[in-house]
Design a protein around this ligand. Sequence first.
Ligand SMILES: NC(=O)c1ccc[n+]([C@@H]2O[C@H](COP(=O)([O-])OP(=O)(O)OC[C@H]3O[C@@H](n4cnc5c(N)ncnc54)[C@H](OP(=O)(O)O)[C@@H]3O)[C@@H](O)[C@H]2O)c1
Length: 209
Amino acid sequence: MKIGIIGTGNVGSALGKGWAGQGHEVVFGTRQPESEKVQTLLAEMGQGVTAVSIPSAIEQADIIVLATLWNAVSDVAHAVNNWQGKIVIDATNPIAPGFQLAVGHTTSAAEQLATFLPGASVVKAFNSTGAENMVDPRYNGEPTTMFICGDDADAKATVTELAEALGFDVADVGNLEAARFIEPLAMVWINLAFKQGLGRNIAFKLVRR
Ligand SMILES: NC(=O)c1ccc[n+]([C@@H]2O[C@H](COP(=O)([O-])OP(=O)(O)OC[C@H]3O[C@@H](n4cnc5c(N)ncnc54)[C@H](OP(=O)(O)O)[C@@H]3O)[C@@H](O)[C@H]2O)c1
């Protein structure tokens, strides 16, 4: 399974490190594959990880993670013409200035993204926790929860496997429309971490009985 990660920032590099460590083939899609920043990142990750242009990464990979700021998503979506058969993991949060959600209630970033990607299966995931938790999702030895949603059961099963491989417990919240709930959940994490002063070492855990 070749994983294309678009964006080499906090989220992209955390997920890339995690999956490369599991033996997955990871290709970063970046605006500057030759930059010192990207070359340093590749050197940290070792073999099996490459960086190419954004269209090339999308074409090469079966699974694409969007790990850019939300306002870049439309450009990335239009970087190639054919998204047929791709699983696209949307890790973005549609954050407007002042830590406000830019979309919500009657739509979501993930649903808007899906309209740009005919033929792709969009799964919302990896948006509701901090990037550090993607490197190490366990607290006191217990997995924390990754909330996901999407319309394609097979795509969600694949994303579940990838999240579990990193150490998450996965909660499937429903079809893609449920991104309307998972995206605001990210704002709960952000508010707790930054406005309420809890810091970045926090994560959500769904408990069951
Ligand atoms: N930080 C977190 O803890 C966290 C957690 C969950 C979700 N998120 C969400 O995940 C997304 C990424 O967050 P982040 O913290 O990783 O951001 P970041 O560190 O700023 O990285 C974003 C990356 O996107 C790429 N990029 C920027 N502008 C672009 C453009 N116009 N076209 C294509 N690529 C562009 C850049 O990679 P290149 O320079 O290599 O092209 C950049 O490194 C955001 O939507 C954020 O809300 C963040």
